[in-house]
Design a protein around this ligand. Structure first.
Ligand code: ZN
Ligand code: ZN
Length: 380
């Protein structure tokens, strides 16, 4: 199954859009639920709940619920990175009976050395890819303000880089530090890459230009391409946005100290902390590959890069001073020592297929059941 021709069927789309609006309207309620509902017995409370101190992804009424849950379930999921942290910035569950689909079904999850990663889409309701020249993309506020005024000077660039055609796949990514040694880490969101399936490289490299950072290599089954986060032709920065740091919505005007470099998405994570970010990859020319699912079915994995903070402290200090003196500059971060290893997170293609298939057919909640059953087991 290569394509989903019904993705563009208007009648079905309008039903799906309606379903997505319901999800949006429920976000506020979802926040309340995630903050106030016991992960074990599902009782809600107006008092603050106790969190698991290791993963901070679950909350409980009291010690009794926590101990019981640990025995029947959480002991396994806490260490195995089954659940992403509870946050309204990453909605993996349906929010109620009138909501059919989770906003962020988990399409990929994995971990490396005590650091977990969960991946979902952050696309438009019609699953269409985005164009560079859209100012609705969640670029940091400081850039967005100037974006529309600079669009006129953008025209030659727009033509050169096909910036008006939809070719960007947007993913939502959560990275959390659950290291047992309690050491802080640094995440380099700007170095996130997606890796194609063997033989599928051409499908997602049609729009390549001199801005694209693509590594190609041969594997059994055909050539593979690894695409770095798309670079914006106007700002010469990675197309990424930090959405949430340690449970607090990111605001460019008041960035938390843990954000070392906003344009390149370099973030410190203390033990238990997480970051939610959106990244865009240039995967199509708006013709053959024009929807999220067209792109996702050609991808095999997402890779992200992190390193122990202690290895980066000297570099970070120098960097922070530079940024303080040159706040408007946006140079690429320089490497210190060997590059940190990439952690490969494979996409769960059956989940991807099921989500897009069911998402079209309003009234069939099997997707979110399948997704939530796999990712957030309910109490027995
Ligand atoms: Zn409880
Ligand atoms: Zn835990």
């Amino acid at each position: 199954m290569e394509y989903f021709p019904f993705v563009t069927t208007a009648g079905r789309m309008s039903k799906f859009k309606k379903a997505m609006r319901i999800i949006d309207a429920n976000e506020v309620r979802y926040e309340h639920v995630t903050q106030r509902r016991c992960s074990f017995c599902a009782a809600t409370s107006e008092d603050p709940l106790r969190q698991c101190s290791v993963c901070k992804s679950v909350r409980y009424c009291d010690e009794k619920c926590q101990l019981e849950d640990y025995g029947v379930r959480h002991k396994r999921e806490c260490g195995r990175f089954v659940t992403p942290p509870l946050t309204r910035a990453f909605l993996t569950q349906s929010t109620g009976n009138d909501t059919i689909y989770p906003k962020h079904p988990v399409f990929a999850k994995g971990y490396h050395d005590g650091v977990g990663c969960w991946v979902s889409h952050e696309g438009r309701p019609d699953f269409g890819l985005q164009a560079f020249a859209t100012n609705t993309w969640a670029t940091p506020e400081t850039w967005r303000k100037t974006y529309s005024s600079r669009v006129t000077s953008y025209t030659p660039l727009a033509e050169k880089y096909n910036a008006l055609r939809p070719n960007l796949l947007t993913l939502a990514v959560v990275v959390q530090n659950r290291r047992k040694d309690k050491k802080p880490i640094v995440v380099f969101a700007g170095r996130t890459r997606v890796v194609t399936k063997p033989g599928a490289d051409h499908a997602v490299t049609q729009a390549k230009s001199d801005l694209e950072d693509i590594t190609s290599y041969e594997e059994e089954g055909g050539s593979v391409a690894a695409l770095r986060v798309a670079e914006d032709p106007l700002y010469r920065c990675p197309r990424l946005a930090i959405k949430n740091v340690a449970g607090v919505e990111f605001q460019a005007d008041h960035p938390p100290l843990s954000v070392v470099n906003e344009p390149h998405g370099i973030v410190f994570l203390a033990p238990g902390e997480y970051v939610v970010y959106n990244v865009q990859f240039r995967v199509g020319d708006g013709n053959k590959c024009s929807t999220d699912v067209d792109a996702l079915i050609h991808l095999r994995a997402l890779s992200f890069v992190w390193q122990l903070a202690e290895d980066y402290v000297p570099w970070v200090q120098e960097r922070a001073e530079h940024i303080r003196l040159n706040p408007r500059e946006c140079p690429a971060p320089k490497d210190v020592g060997p590059p940190p290893p990439e952690t490969l997170i494979p996409f769960d293609l059956p989940i991807v297929f099921a989500y897009y298939l069911d998402a079209i057919k309003e009234g069939e909640p099997s997707t979110w059941r399948a997704t939530t059953a796999r990712n957030t087991p309910r109490p027995l």
